[in-house]
Structure formats: C-alpha cells, structure tokens
Ligand binder design. Structure first.
Ligand SMILES: Cc1ncc(C[n+]2csc(CCOP(=O)(O)OP(=O)(O)O)c2C)c(N)n1
Ligand SMILES: [Mg+2]
Length: 369
C-alpha cells in the first residue's frame, strides 16, 4: 500500500520547498493506490488465454445466452411465474470474473438478474431451469424462483430482490472470509441503479476500514429499469465512487471477456494480498427489457441493434476463435450441443413435479449453514 507522501501539504503546515517534478506514477503519491490497479490494466488490457480457455469462455457465454433465450420462451408460455430478468448481453462479465475465482473458497452474491452467475459457476442448467418453473428439483426446491436462487454448496449466496441489499450482505460474507482466515474473497455484483443506494457506501466504508476481501462489481448495463444512468446518476463513472473511502477503482469493458478476466486477475491478487476492497465497473448492455414484462420503450431499436451488431461479447470471441482455426462448422456444432443441453433442461423442468404442499412450512428459518 502506498504511504502518504512526506512532501504533501496539510493544513497549518508550511508548504514544503518546491518539490521535484513527480513521475507520472509514484509510490510516493498518496493517490497512487487509487490508480494502481487501473494503471496495471491499462498496461495490459486483455488476458492471454490458451485456446482451451478461449473455447471454454465461448461455450459458457453461449450457454448463458441460449439458456436465457429458452427461459424467455418458457415465460411466454406461462411456465415461469413471477418476475424474470434476463442476462442476455452481459455474459462476458460473469464469465470473465467467475472463471478467475477459486470455487473452493470464494463466494458470490448478486441481485435478481442471477441465472447467468449460477451458470458461470458450472451449476447444472437442469436445476436452474427447474427453479425457474417452480419445481421441487430446483436449486431452491422450487420455492425461490428466478430472483431467489441460492446454493451454499457452491458458495452462491443469492439471488436478491432488494436492490443494493446484496452489497451489504456481501460485506458480511467478506468479513466471514477474513474472520475464518479461509483465504477466500467475496464477489459482490450490483447494478448501476443499485449503485445509488446508501447501504452500498456504508458497506464500502466498513470494507475499506477493515480491509475486507471483497470485490465490488458494478454491472453498468446503462439502465435501471427504464432510467438511463445519465438521468439517475450525478457521477456516471461508477468506478470512481470508492475514492471517498480510498478504494481503488477499475473501469472495464464488460463486453470483452478477456478484458474482464484480466481485470479479475489484477483485482483478485490485490484483494487476496490483504489490501482490502476493489471497486470494478464493468460497462455492459442488456439487450432485453428490464424484466420480461418491460417492452423497453425508453430506448430506440437502433440503440439496441447497434450494441448487438458492433459490441456483442459472444461475436467478439467467435472472431478470435475463427482466427485460432475454428471454422463456422465447428462453431455451429458447439451451438447445436448447447441448444440440446438447454432443451434437455427445459424438458427436465417441465416434467419435474411441483413441491409437495407441506414444503410450504419447511426452509422458513435457517438454523445453520
Ligand atoms: C430497495 C429497492 N428499491 C426499488 C426496487 C425496484 N427495482 C427493482 S429493479 C430496479 C432497478 C435496478 O437497476 P440496476 O441496479 O441498474 O440493475 P439492473 O436491473 O440493470 O441489472 C428497481 C428500482 C427494489 N427492488 N428494491
Ligand atoms: Mg442497470
């Protein structure tokens, strides 16, 4: 960690003799720590993935995309009740970050747009889809649905419907990692809208004060329901919002899985070394409405089309795989396999039984986990 510069002026003290010109980045600079991670990312923007990793990222992002498309269809058929928020367009964020986690120790928490984060963990699509359709085989026994998926086995702590609540709960998870000295970190995702919640900043203060192992991730998908960030946020550069708590920020292209993964490498190392939290903003875009019931009239078709055509995270990786020798046929074969996995998940979800009525009275209170 950087120490305060000896030459910095404080109130009441005489200004020091003219200091020598400072180098652009210096350990003597009190603000060095706030910029150091961004500087590291700017030096090397993208992760150097092996061919095997590239393929893995591609398959996982495509799985999320196809899964979400199917969920949208099942919702339209009336097989999914309640709210349903799709993650289409944002796939590179969850895959880039979670592929760098240590799944034995690290924990993840997010809001209600949570299907992709569960898939990124390698959780069986069957049990996620069964949860969406409210079946007993679902990951929350069919009692949570789209917004309340949970798996302590995988250290996935939800799935939360209260905007911003997951951030303070994430602070608690990070405190548990520190207290138990298990070496893990917490990845706490939240949206650009949630970033305006007061509890987010209370958590940042405590996390910085106690040097908790937490990475705050703003998934800036440009909208909170129908409100564009420029209409809701005085500071739209969300990565800067930790500055008041001396939390280093990182601005990341959330449409490029390799940039997200590179940012994850830098941030996780910093946090694991005991330096305290990082605030990462991943700029991304949601292609669908806020939830299945939103026709998204607050933006133009052209805007969405532009993102799909010029900025799509899956297409970007497809091109890289093309240069690595994967031709159209091979890639189509992969897509076919993934579509089949998702179709199986939908069949499983539709044919599984609903929970027994008596299940209404179980899992109400958690005694221990
Ligand atoms: C405390 C609270 N206030 C308001 C809502 C209603 N609400 C649900 S989602 C949402 C928008 C959140 O947007 P953002 O954080 O950007 O996440 P995104 O949906 O874009 O992923 C709002 C206001 C809520 N669920 N909880
Ligand atoms: Mg948003």
């Amino acid at each position: 960690m950087a120490k305060a510069s000896k030459t910095s002026t404080t109130k009441g003290k005489a200004a020091p003799a003219r200091a020598k010109a400072k180098p652009a980045v210096s350990n003597e600079d009190p603000n060095f720590a706030l910029r150091s991670l961004q500087d590291a990312l700017d030096k090397k923007k993208r992760y150097t993935a092996s061919e095997e990793q590239l393929l893995h990222f591609y398959k996982q992002m495509l799985l999320i995309r196809r899964f979400e498309e199917k969920a949208g269809q099942l919702y339209g058929l009336g097989l999914i009740g309640g709210f349903c928020h799709l993650y289409i367009g944002q796939e590179a964020v969850a895959i880039g970050l979670q592929s760098a986690l240590d799944s034995d120790v690290d924990s993840v928490i997010t809001g209600y747009r949570d299907h992709g984060h569960m898939l990124a963990y390698g959780i069986d699509p069957n049990v996620i889809m069964a949860e969406l359709t409210g079946r007993a085989a679902g990951i929350s026994q069919g009692k949570g649905g789209s917004m309340h998926m949970f798996s302590t086995e995988h250290k996935f702590y939800g799935g939360h419907g209260i905007v911003g609540a997951q951030v303070s709960l994430g602070g608690g998870l990070a405190f548990a990692h520190q207290y138990n000295e298990d070496g893990g970190l917490c990845l706490a995702y939240f949206g650009d809208g949630a970033a305006n919640q007061g509890q987010v900043y209370e958590t940042m203060n405590m996390a910085a004060l106690w040097k908790l192992p937490i990475v705050f991730v703003v998934e800036n998908n440009q909208y909170a329901m129908g409100t564009a960030v420029s209409r809701s946020s005085a500071e739209t550069e969300f990565y800067r919002r930790g500055t008041a708590f001396r939390i280093p920020g990182m601005k990341v292209n959330g449409m490029d899985v390799l940039e997200v993964r590179q940012a994850a490498e830098i941030a996780f190392k910093y946090v694991r070394e005991g330096n305290g939290p990082v605030l990462m903003e991943c700029n991304t875009y949601r292609y669908r409405g806020h939830s299945m019931s939103d026709p998204a009239k607050y933006r133009t078709r052209e805007e969405v089309q532009g993102q799909r055509e010029k900025n799509d995270p899956i297409e970007r990786l497809k091109k890289e795989l093309g240069s690595a020798g994967y031709d159209e046929d091979k890639l189509k074969e992969i897509d076919k396999g993934i579509r089949a996995t998702v179709a199986d998940a939908a069949d499983f979800a539709e044919s599984s039984p609903e929970p027994e009525p008596g299940e209404l009275y179980t899992d109400v209170l958690v005694e221990e986990y």
